[in-house]
Design a protein around this ligand. Structure first.
Ligand code: ADE
Length: 248
């Protein structure tokens, strides 16, 4: 997967893309990152990438020419997504990350100031993506979030396939609780079932815990996923236990 990032602040990406799993994925050439400084495409002596809005008003607007020219230079193939990060976009979720991970190349455009000339959005941008209902100072952090979420869905980026298959949201529900050594810490014990060696029972316990966490914290997710007959049985058990807990 190749990511091209169009930004006014390329240095912001260094620490995030240079550490941990994303760095390893780059070294293994599973992903590659091409940072493009939009300012390199400005022509005036002040390297101005923004200008006053037509019609007046507060704030500055990112100029179209440097962005169009930077995109020309990328020589992108027909059909390559060009994603503008903006709070007005569609909210990023796991399904979207998985879909983007099927592409060979993604171009990410990070906005700044009050906005970007609409001609860029109308003529270059193919997707608008938000990372949540809050406003950040620019699209760089959202671009990093998107790169992280997409990269870990690229085959072989994660150490074992299981870590993606079992994690939160991959199956549309929350994660089960994890424990490691020591078995007892400050008097707090690891649940016995996990020490039992009975893999069937452990799998059922984990599924039940995941369903319980989801029911308690994000019940709306349960309406969106396909639940097996066993899942439905476990949910019944959980609800009964909750009622008993409330009554007793
Ligand atoms: N730019 C500023 N805020 C943003 C957000 N929440 N998502 C995507 N891009 C943004």
């Amino acid at each position: 997967m190749k990511f091209d990032i169009l930004t006014l602040f390329p240095e912001m990406f260094d620490s995030v893309l240079g550490a941990s799993i994303l760095n390893k994925a780059r070294e293994r050439e599973l992903i590659s990152i091409n940072k493009v400084d939009i300012r390199d495409y400005t022509k005036d002596k002040h390297n101005q990438a923004d200008d006053y809005p037509y019609g007046g008003g507060a704030g500055m607007v990112m100029k179209p020419e440097p962005i169009f020219e930077a995109v020309d230079d990328l020589k992108i193939e027909e059909g390559t997504p060009l994603i503008f990060l903006t709070p007005q976009g569609k909210t990023l979720d796991q399904k979207m990350a998985k879909e983007f991970a099927k592409e060979d190349r993604l171009v990410l455009l990070c906005g700044h100031y009050e906005g970007i000339d609409q001609r860029v959005r109308d003529n270059l941008v193919t997707h608008e993506v938000s990372i949540g209902d809050y406003v950040l100072t620019g699209g760089e952090l959202p671009a990093m979030v998107l790169i992280d979420a997409v990269s870990r869905m690229v085959p072989e980026v994660l150490g074992s396939e299981e870590s993606a298959i079992e994690d939160s949201f991959y199956n549309g529900i929350l994660d089960f609780p994890n424990y490691t050594r020591p078995q007892s810490y400050r008097g707090i014990e690891v649940p016995d079932i996990l020490l039992s060696g009975n893999h069937g029972k452990i799998a059922t316990w984990r599924r039940k815990k995941a369903l319980e966490e989801t029911l308690l914290r994000r019940p709306e997710l349960l309406k969106k996923v396909q639940l097996s007959k066993e899942d439905k049985g476990l949910l019944e058990e959980i609800k009964k236990e909750m009622e008993e807990g409330a009554n007793g």
